[in-house]
Design a protein around this ligand. Structure first.
Ligand code: HMH
Length: 222
C-alpha cells in the first residue's frame, strides 16, 4: 500500500476544523434549499474580490514552482491549468453578478475578506517556502471542492439558480485538480525540514480558519 501523505495525516488530525470549513451551516442551507439568497449575494460579491487576489497568489505559487520543483516535475503544467481556469472563473463571477443584478465595481471588501486577502499577501512574499504555499493552495481549493460537491450529492434539494455555482467547484475535474495539488503539496512536504513542516501545518490551519469566517460573514451578514 502507498504510504499516507502528510496532508492526509493533517486532515485527520484537524478533522474538527476541516469539517467546520466544509460543512458550514451556509453550505448545509445551500444543499437543502433553505438558503437565504441575500447570503448568496453577499458571498458572490465578496468571493469575486477574493478570487481576484487569489489569482495573484496562484501566480506567486507558479513562480516558486518554477524555481524549486525541478525540471522533471509537472507542477508548472498543473498550476498553469489552474490559472487558466481562474480566467473562466472570473468571467463566471461577472456573468453571475449581472444575472443577480449586482454591480461588482461597487463591491467593498468586508473586514473578513480583507483579512483573508492580507493572509494571501503574506503567502506571496518571496521568503515563503514552496512547501507552505503549495499546502495553502491545496487547502483553499479543497475546502471549496468538498463544500460544493456535498451540495450536489444524492439527497440534496438545491435551488436551481444555485446549481451553476455548486457545479463550478463541485465537479469531478475540479476534484481531480485538487488531487493534483495534494500530490504536489505532499511531495514538497516529504522534503521539508521540521520547521518547514510546522509552517506548512500552520498555514493549513489558518486557511481553514479563514474559510470558516468567510462562510460566517456571508451567512450572518458580518
Ligand atoms: C473564500 N475560498 C474562497 N473562495 C474561493 N473561490 C475558493 C476558496 C476556491 O477558489
Amino acid at each position: 500500500a502507498e504510504e499516507e501523505g502528510t496532508t492526509t495525516t493533517w486532515l485527520r488530525k484537524h478533522r474538527h476544523l476541516y469539517t467546520a470549513a466544509t460543512r458550514h451551516p451556509l453550505i448545509l442551507s445551500i444543499r437543502d434549499g433553505t438558503v437565504d439568497l441575500d447570503s448568496f449575494r453577499r458571498w458572490l460579491g465578496q468571493d469575486y474580490l477574493f478570487v481576484r487576489a487569489f489569482t495573484a497568489f496562484l501566480s506567486s505559487v507558479l513562480m516558486k514552482a518554477w524555481k524549486q520543483s525541478g525540471d522533471e516535475s509537472s507542477d508548472l503544467e498543473v498550476l498553469l491549468g489552474g490559472l487558466s481556469a481562474l480566467r473562466d472563473e472570473i468571467a463566471w463571477f461577472q456573468e453571475e453578478a449581472t444575472r443577480w443584478g449586482i454591480g461588482l465595481s461597487g463591491i467593498v471588501p468586508r473586514e473578513i475578506t480583507r483579512g483573508y486577502i492580507r493572509f494571501l499577501e503574506e503567502l506571496m512574499k518571496p521568503d515563503m517556502e514552496y512547501a507552505t504555499v503549495a499546502t495553502a493552495l491545496w487547502a483553499i481549493e479543497t475546502v471549496y471542492q468538498q463544500s460544493f460537491a456535498f451540495c450536489l450529492e444524492e439527497g440534496s434539494a438545491i435551488r436551481p439558480e444555485l446549481v451553476g455555482a455548486c457545479e463550478r467547484w463541485g465537479n469531478n475535474a475540479f476534484g481531480q485538480y485538487c488531487h493534483e495539488l495534494q500530490r504536489i503539496a505532499d511531495c514538497q512536504l516529504t522534503k521539508a525540514s521540521k520547521d518547514d513542516l510546522e509552517r506548512a501545518e500552520s498555514a493549513f490551519l489558518r486557511v481553514l480558519e479563514h474559510e470558516v469566517k468567510f462562510w460566517e460573514m456571508c451567512h450572518e451578514d458580518l
